[in-house]
Design a protein around this ligand. Structure first.
Ligand code: NAP
Length: 332
C-alpha cells in the first residue's frame, strides 16, 4: 500500500534486491517489471503522479516534464547525461543526478582493451582460429602493431580520461598527451603527461581516444577534416558517445586507409543497424556500448543512483546533481 508521507518514485526496470530494499525504506516505489519494453506512451502515464524517476537513457525533455507535474528528481544510472534537456529541467525546477567516479576504472579498462584488441587484431584472429583457418605458421598477414611505448592522445581529460592516461602511462609506457576544453595542469604534473592543441594531437598520435561528453559543442567533434589530419597508422578509439564523431567520415577514413583501425563502443544509432558497414570491417572492433557493463560496477552505479534519488527527494544527504543543474531551485 502507498504511504502518503513518502515520495513516490517510478523505476523503469527492476533493480537488485538490496537496492530495491534500500529504496523501499525511503520512498514508495512502482516498477515496470512487465516482459514487454516500456513504451514512451506508457512511461508518460506512469510518471503522471510521481516525485522521482530512476532511469538510464530516457530522453527527459519538455514533453515528458509537461506530463509529470509532481516530478522533482530524475536520477540516471549513468555518468553521461546527454539524454537530459537541462535547460527544460531547469525551467521546470527538476533536478537531474548521475553516477560519476564509480565507473571510471571499469570504462578505462574497456578503452585499454579496445586499444589492445584493435592493435593486435584480437577479434579478427580469434574468429579466424575458430573457423579452423590457422593452417601454417603465422606470417606478416597476421601481424598487428605495438601498443607499448607508442604515443596516445586523449581528447577529453575528465574523470575517465585521467584513469585511461594512468593505465597507458604506467601500464604500457606510452607517451601520453591530451586535449581538453580547459587545461588540467595538476593532472599533467601528477601523471607526467603533456597538453597539446587538438590538431597537433591528431597529427602526431598513434592512438587517439575520444572521451568527451556529448553536447552541442562536441557533436561531430571528429569529422573528415580531423581524420585527414591523423596518420595512416593511427588507431582511433571512441567510447564517449556515437554522435561525437561523424560516423560516415570515420567509415570513409577506415575504408580508404586514412587511418589504420578503430575500436568502438558507441555509434550514431544504437543498437547499431545490421547493415552498418562498420560491422563488415576487419580493422574495426565493435562492442555494444558496454563501457561500464560489469556486474560489480553496474550494481554500484544503480545503488548510487538510488541514493542520489533518495537524497535529492528527501533533502537528507548529498547527491551528484549534473553540472548544469547544481543549485537549481526544485519545485515543491
Ligand atoms: P567528465 O569528468 O565530465 O570529463 C569530460 C571532459 O571532457 C572534461 O574534462 C571536459 O572539460 C571535457 N570536455 C567537454 N567538452 C569539451 C570540448 N568541447 N572539447 C574538449 N574537451 C571537452 O566526464 P567522464 O566521467 O570522464 O565521462 C566522459 C563521457 O564518457 C561521459 O559524458 C559519457 O558520455 C561517456 N561514457 C561512456 C561510457 C560507455 O559506456 N562507453 C561510460 C561512461 C561514460 P572541462 O573540464 O573543461 O569541463
Amino acid at each position: 500500500m502507498l504511504n502518503v508521507n513518502k515520495p513516490k518514485v517510478f523505476l523503469q526496470k527492476p533493480l537488485p534486491q538490496d537496492i530495491q530494499a534500500y529504496l523501499d525504506k525511503h520512498v514508495d516505489i512502482k516498477i515496470w517489471d512487465k516482459p514487454d519494453a516500456l513504451t514512451r506512451e506508457q512511461l508518460l502515464k506512469e510518471i503522471a503522479d510521481v516525485d522521482g524517476l530512476l532511469t538510464s537513457g530516457t530522453a527527459i525533455n519538455e514533453e515528458l516534464l509537461e506530463q509529470a507535474p509532481q516530478l522533482r528528481v530524475v536520477s540516471s544510472i549513468s555518468v553521461g547525461y546527454n539524454h537530459f534537456d537541462t535547460k527544460a529541467m531547469k525551467e521546470y525546477g527538476v533536478i537531474g543526478t548521475h553516477t560519476p567516479y564509480v565507473l571510471d576504472d571499469t570504462v578505462s579498462d574497456l578503452v585499454i582493451s579496445l586499444m589492445l584488441s584493435a592493435a593486435r587484431r584480437v577479434p579478427e584472429l580469434d574468429a579466424m582460429t575458430k573457423r579452423g583457418e590457422w593452417e601454417k605458421g603465422i606470417g606478416e598477414s597476421m601481424f598487428g602493431v605495438d601498443v607499448h611505448h607508442k604515443k596516445l592522445g586523449i581528447i577529453g581529460m575528465g574523470r575517465i580520461g585521467e584513469t585511461i592516461a594512468k593505465r597507458a602511462k604506467y601500464g604500457f609506457d606510452m607517451d601520453v598527451t591530451y586535449f581538453n576544453r580547459s587545461r588540467k595542469k595538476e593532472i599533467e604534473e601528477k601523471l607526467n603527461i603533456n597538453y597539446q592543441l587538438m590538431d597537433d594531437l591528431l597529427r602526431e598520435s598513434d592512438f587517439i581516444v575520444l572521451m568527451v561528453p556529448l553536447s552541442n559543442e562536441t557533436k561531430q567533434l571528429i569529422g573528415s577534416r580531423e581524420f585527414q589530419l591523423m596518420k595512416s597508422s593511427t588507431i582511433f578509439i571512441n567510447a564517449s558517445r556515437g554522435q561525437t564523431v561523424n560516423e560516415q567520415a570515420m567509415i570513409e577514413a577506415l575504408q580508404t586507409g586514412e587511418i589504420l583501425a578503430a575500436g568502438l563502443d558507441v555509434y550514431e544509432q544504437e543498437p547499431i543497424n545490421e547493415d552498418n558497414p562498420l560491422l563488415k570491417m576487419d580493422n574495426v572492433v565493435t562492442l555494444p556500448h558496454i563501457g561500464s557493463a560489469t556486474s560489480e560496477t553496474r550494481h554500484t552505479m544503480a545503488m548510487l543512483a538510488a541514493k542520489n534519488l533518495v537524497a535529492a527527494l528527501t533533502g537528507e544527504g548529498s547527491f551528484y546533481a549534473v553540472k548544469e543543474l547544481q543549485g537549481v531551485k526544485v519545485r515543491q
